[in-house]
Design a binder for this molecule. Structure first.
Ligand SMILES: Nc1ncnc2c1ncn2[C@@H]1O[C@H](COP(=O)(O)OP(=O)(O)O)[C@@H](O)[C@H]1O
Ligand SMILES: [Mg+2]
Length: 296
């Protein structure tokens, strides 16, 4: 086996300790990185996009430099700018240039993580495209800055996000390896919640994940909740606390009601749907920890 493969195997093993499941996706990421190919991860909110990119940086032992795309992130903010008082004193030089996150990642050979890239203005995307192509950027007065070995661009976007977004140009997809993620299975969600909360309350973890799973497959919902919701619900409980249906409903509403959205065809509110889901999930169990709501 070549040294390259050995390194990749190690990186893959390290990532697998930080990420539950997703073996196929992690393998693809590692193969892409090995060949210096930028990655774009598409998936709904809460599907582990950010976590996978962070796990990659940690496993490669590289700096993680993050930006969040919105229309105020111009190419100047991304590349960097000159500090006017310093320029007056010292003139234009690398010392008077304040590197933006893209330049910083290139100079440090870091993982450049661009979150929600579909929120970026097209002018910013064009600046990023040259960095992808040539692995260099041009800074006025300074000239070209070449990326150090190890510079890795990773982008994400949520296809369900339609507010203040721009379609990404074909040229962008043309340069990237596209990885698509969706919500994980119930068993994997349970493992994720255990890992993230460090809770050993198996019953609470299970019902919290089942609630999320029902929202994800619900015919009256446009979109369901996320594993982050299950993590939050578990965090709202003390170990072995009684599961009082009314309290559970209050907490579940706080956690999930703005993470889900009813279809316009549904006459119900999000709160009403959560109430139905809670009673459905609790009806599966005959556990003395559950204090059921009295029927009126
Ligand atoms: N496969 C996974 N393994 C471990 N943790 C995960 C996984 N998927 C999601 N998570 C956890 O769920 C939460 C949401 O993940 P995140 O990466 O922020 O989602 P996204 O960036 O897609 O919105 C985080 O707390 C993250 O740690
Ligand atoms: Mg994210």
């Amino acid at each position: 086996m070549s040294k390259g493969n050995q390194v990749s195997k190690e990186v893959l093993e390290k990532m697998s300790k930080l990420i539950v499941g997703r073996r196929k996706e992690l393998e693809l990421i590692v193969r892409a990185i090995e060949k210096d190919l930028p990655i774009i991860i598409e998936g709904p909110v809460g599907t582990g996009k950010t976590e996978m990119a962070k796990a990659l940086a940690v496993s490669l032992e590289r700096p993680f430099i993050r930006v969040d795309g919105d229309d105020s992130l111009t190419s100047i903010k991304l590349k960097g700018w000159y500090d006017p008082p310093l320029v007056l004193e010292k003139g234009f030089s690398r010392d008077t240039f304040i590197a933006g996150p893209l330049t910083e990642a290139m100079e440090e050979g870091g993982l450049f993580f661009y979150n929600e890239v579909n929120r970026a203005p097209s002018e910013t995307i064009n600046a990023v495209l040259t960095a992808l192509d040539e692995k260099l950027i041009t800074i006025p007065q300074l000239g070209e800055i070449q990326a150090q070995q190890g510079f890795i661009p990773v982008f994400t976007y949520n296809p369900q996000d339609t507010v203040a977004t721009n379609p990404l140009p074909k040229a962008f997809y043309d340069r990237c390896i596209w990885i698509n993620v969706t919500h994980q299975s119930l068993d994997e969600m349970i493992e994720i919640v255990k890992l993230r909360t460090q809770s050993t309350d198996e019953f609470l973890i299970r019902i919290s994940c089942e609630i999320v799973e029902v929202t994800l497959n619900h015919s009256e919902l446009e979109y369901g909740s996320t594993v982050r919701g299950a993590i939050q619900l578990v965090n709202l409980y003390k170990m072995d606390e009684k599961i009082d249906e009314i309290d559970l409903l209050d907490r579940a509403i706080s956690v999930h009601s703005r993470k889900i959205r009813c279809k316009t065809s549904s006459r119900k509110t999000e709160e009403r749907i959560i109430e139905e889901i809670i009673s459905k999930v609790l009806s599966r169990y005959d556990d003395s920890r559950i204090l059921r709501k009295k029927e009126d």
